[in-house]
Design a protein around this ligand. Sequence first.
Ligand SMILES: [Zn+2]
Length: 59
Amino acid sequence: MISDDLLAILACPRCDDRPPLELKGDRLVCTRCGWSYRIVDGIPHLLPEEAEPPEEIEG
Ligand SMILES: [Zn+2]
């Protein structure tokens, strides 16, 4: 859905030091802050106002 080349140049808009993003299912997750960004029609929506907070992991 997202190529490695594209993934390499994308960065979290919430973090100043441009940490890498990790592809998880249909979204990109920041490896630093953990907020996630939706991918719609192959286009990552890297917008702070559309970011979703990290999910609490139970168990
Ligand atoms: Zn981040």
